[in-house]
Design a protein around this ligand. Structure first.
Ligand code: XIL
Length: 373
């Protein structure tokens, strides 16, 4: 009887130990994403205001343990960083850069010229000259402020429509298409050592890809520096296919630019009909069909997500010579923007850490992949 009791106790303690396999327990193993991928490419994450300001939580130790690059999820967008023409708010961006420096990270700037989350005063610019003055001073003031401390910038974000034509933004409407070349020219004048990126979603889509390629060629033909293409990577459990992602990587690399995967997350939820990409103004109604896993993710989908991440990273490793950085758009499923985009109030599971910050199957599917690839 005593032996049975003792064995029962051992089995129970083991069960508790296994169920507690949380982030702390992998710490002790000395394994981490950033270590595994050290010789391949940077492994980054986007961080929000709370994560920038809170330096001592489990979450911040997870960030510094797993990632060697950061992107600001929101705080450096023009509506926050430069809300009035004569006012810059550098408080949070100072903390963001300090966080990266403290942890010896590759620090990325996101983003200078973008039609969304745009400072309202830009919209008052009526002609080409007014807009050019505003853009040049916006770009140069911000880049110069962090010269030598921020290592790469998304100079222009989402300038393309899905059919590859240029989006009719306030920048295009006032300045014509040369605003693109000028933005990169001003950025390189402000800091010639920066890596300058064009960043967009749906960069695997054929028409958009052709549009991006001709835009980059046009900038280069004018002797202006552009160093890379950011493929955002807001992808889905089944799409885009590995073949299409690979072809896109090859097509961009053929231009002689680096490729960064800048905003990786993989939605496991149904995609509302007609939605393409990550245009943040798009919104759809919530209902039970659109939110099938409000409590937990079934094991089968958890495994499917892990396999999908595994396939994608095998491809990234195959093209490691072309890829500079892979950045996840957030840390855990708890705070991912995909809980509220494109439908508010859903429960999505797109990242490597769950709502309690425990590593998911998807995390383990990537951790030791570089050993054999
Ligand atoms: C998103 C943020 O994650 C959200 O918190 C915010 O409400 C909207 O913007 N493409 C981009 C990112 O370049 O800046 C967007 O980030 C997602 C789509």
């Amino acid at each position: 009887m005593k032996i049975i009791k003792q064995s029962l106790l051992i089995v129970m303690s083991l069960a508790v130990l296994i169920s507690c396999k949380n982030y702390n327990s992998i710490n002790t193993k000395e394994l981490s994403l950033k270590k595994s991928y050290k010789d391949k490419f940077y492994i980054g994450t986007a961080i929000n205001q709370r994560q920038i300001e809170d330096n001592n939580s489990l979450e911040s130790s997870l960030i510094s343990k797993e990632f060697n690059s950061i992107t600001a999820e929101n705080i450096m967008k023009s509506m926050f960083l430069h809300p009035k023409e004569d006012t810059f708010n550098f408080d949070l961006s100072d903390k963001y850069v300090a966080f990266g420096e403290k942890n010896n990270m590759f620090i990325h700037g996101h983003t200078l010229i973008w039609h969304s989350q745009l400072a309202p005063w830009f919209k008052l610019k009526k002609d080409s000259l007014e807009m050019a003055v505003a853009m040049e001073s916006h770009i140069k003031t911000i880049i110069e402020k962090y010269k030598g401390r921020i290592h790469s910038w998304d100079v222009v974000n989402e300038a393309l429509n899905e059919d590859g034509t240029l989006r009719k933004s306030v920048f295009l409407n006032t300045m014509g298409k040369e605003y693109l070349t000028l933005a990169f020219k001003w950025a390189s004048e402000a800091d010639p050592n920066l890596d300058l990126y064009y960043n967009d979603y749906n960069m695997t889509d054929l028409k958009k890809r052709q549009g991006a390629i001709s835009m980059i060629k046009h900038i280069k033909e004018q002797g202006v520096k552009i160093d890379g293409v950011g493929m955002q990577g807001h992808w889905h459990i089944d799409t885009p296919s590995i073949e299409v992602i690979e072809q896109s990587i090859l097509d961009y690399a053929a231009l002689g630019v680096k490729i960064a995967i800048t905003e990786l997350d993989i939605s496991v939820l149904p995609n509302p009909w007609g939605l393409v990409g990550a245009e943040i103004s798009q919104r759809f109604e919530n209902n039970k069909l659109m939110n099938p896993y409000p409590k937990t993710l079934p094991d089968s989908i958890q495994t499917k997500l892990a396999d999908r991440y595994n396939d994608i990273f095998k491809l990234f490793l195959k093209h490691q010579d072309k890829i500079s950085r892979v950045t996840f758009w957030g840390i855990s499923d708890k705070q991912t923007w995909l809980n509220n985009f494109p439908i508010k109030g859903r429960t999505n599971y797109p990242l490597l850490f769950d709502r309690e910050l425990k590593p998911k199957k998807a995390f383990y599917s990537l951790l030791e992949l570089p050993k054999n690839n």
